[in-house]
Design a protein around this ligand. Structure first.
Ligand code: AR6
Length: 171
């Protein structure tokens, strides 16, 4: 799976066609990676987000990237973790699928994901990582237009988790 790349660092710095934002359903900004993306993109991003009317959990909407190196931002609200019995896995999987489908629709060939839902929303990192890697691999098998998917890991623990999971998936 050499289309999958794992990097440690700030997703806002990545030179890819699209970066994914772990948003909330208002799409009006927040903390974590959402805050970082809005800060780096500048105020026009929020202006465009205001026109979108929010977004349901597991769905995705796209905007321009403004001051970001990325041309597009794909906003997807992940599920809030409760106990794993409230559809969290399916919702998180649909975040990945819908984001990738939007990227394809807009001609993006390279896309970067943060670890959606694993911060404030409390989704267990290992479980989220396995699911992210599985969904991305499935999508890549069927969609040759995507050339590269980057997992942007914030900190060494997340990096290690993704590295191990991708390695296991390749076995
Ligand atoms: N680049 C890459 N990853 C990052 C960055 C960054 N600059 N900053 C944080 N992360 P979170 P969630 C990682 O909390 O759990 C917001 O307020 C972080 O370490 O940003 O989906 C939204 O508005 C973690 O691994 O998103 C929502 O209200 C991952 O990004 C809520 O938080 C996701 O953490 C969404 O919560």
């Amino acid at each position: 799976m050499d289309q999958i790349e794992i990097v440690e660092g700030d997703i806002t710095q990545l030179r890819v066609d699209a970066i994914v934002n772990a948003a909330n359903t208002s799409l009006l900004g927040g903390g974590g990676v959402d805050g970082a993306i809005h800060r780096a993109a500048g105020p026009q991003l929020l202006e465009e987000c205001r026109t979108l009317g929010g977004c349901e959990t597991g769905q995705a909407k796209i905007t321009k990237g403004y001051r970001l190196p990325a041309m597009w931002v794909i906003h997807t609200p992940g599920p809030v973790w409760r106990d794993g019995q409230h559809g969290e896995d399916d919702l998180l999987a649909s975040c990945y699928r819908n984001s990738l489908a939007l990227a394809v629709q807009h001609g993006a060939r390279t896309i970067a994901f943060p670890a959606i839902s694993t911060g404030v929303y409390g989704f267990p990192l290992e479980r989220a990582t396995r699911l992210a890697v599985r969904e991305v691999r499935k999508f890549l098998e069927r969609n040759p237009t995507i050339e590269k998917v980057v997992f942007a890991c914030f900190g060494p623990a997340a990096f290690e988790c993704y590295r191990k999971t991708v390695e296991e998936a390749n076995e």
